[in-house]
Design a protein around this ligand. Structure first.
Ligand code: URA
Length: 241
């Protein structure tokens, strides 16, 4: 949550916040806060305002192994959503998915109620890499690796940033590969492969920034982030503000 929102919930006036910020009297994990827009989670960080520790709000962070057939949305009038996979006591209006996977895409999805975090993780400025396992309906060759490295250009002229393509197996009617991209354009991976003449028949996200899909999680299952992963979240929080 933004620091100013959190402090406002403690009935601290904006003027008092600004003064305390200037005087370095707002400490996040013992370091002076650098901005009132800083993203803070008092479940993960110690927040002290003028010598008083603020309890604030502990956010929820989940990893979900998204199955095919569900949409990445909070609600949908026709289709099941990723939220429907969670038990009612975890579902909340505040919870949302960080980034979007297509209905038929499976794999790693982070869910949180920490609003600014999604913005940070998805903002191009933060260069969060995403890796996918992909199956396509044709032959992949070293030329494709080169094209992805140089930056695929879509038919409409949009140029993608360089991507890393590793071919795992190649055949005339089916190839398996892994691809890492640093952007999040709409249907990006599918469009990139279409641009080189093959169609994606299966797509699974296995990595999102520092987070790796837990191989113990079956499709449709979720879990809370573990301590190590929460430390990674802290790293992203520290970049904010
Ligand atoms: N790229 C796609 O084309 N689809 C996804 O779901 C994710 C990335």
């Amino acid at each position: 949550m933004r620091l100013d929102r959190l402090l406002a919930q403690e009935m601290i006036s904006r003027k008092a916040m600004k003064q305390a910020l200037l005087k370095k009297e707002i400490l996040v994990d013992d370091c002076p806060a650098n901005s009132l827009a800083q993203n803070v989670d008092t479940g993960l960080q110690k927040l002290v305002f003028q010598g008083r520790q603020i309890q604030g709000y502990e956010h929820t962070y989940l990893m979900l192994h998204k199955p095919g057939g569900v949409v990445t949305a909070s609600q949908d009038k026709d289709l099941p959503t990723v939220m429907d996979l969670l038990p009612p006591d975890i579902q909340s209006d505040q919870l949302y998915a960080v980034g979007r996977l297509d209905r038929d895409t499976t794999g790693l999805l982070l869910l949180t109620d920490n609003g600014p975090l999604g913005f940070q993780l998805l903002h191009p400025q933060y260069h969060v890499d995403k890796s996918y396992q992909v199956v396509v309906n044709g032959l992949l060759t070293p030329d494709h690796i080169q094209s992805f490295k140089e930056g695929i250009v879509f038919l409409d002229g949009t140029t993608c940033k360089p991507a890393k393509l590793d071919i795992l197996s190649a055949g005339p009617t089916e190839s398996h590969a892994s691809i890492t991209i640093s952007e999040g354009k709409f249907h990006q991976v599918k469009k990139m492969f279409l641009s080189v003449g093959v169609k994606v028949v299966s797509l699974k996200r296995v990595q999102f920034g520092d987070f790796t899909l837990d191989s113990e999680l079956a499709e449709g299952q979720y879990r809370f982030l573990n301590q190590e992963e929460l430390e990674m979240i802290k790293k992203y929080l520290e970049k904010s503000g």
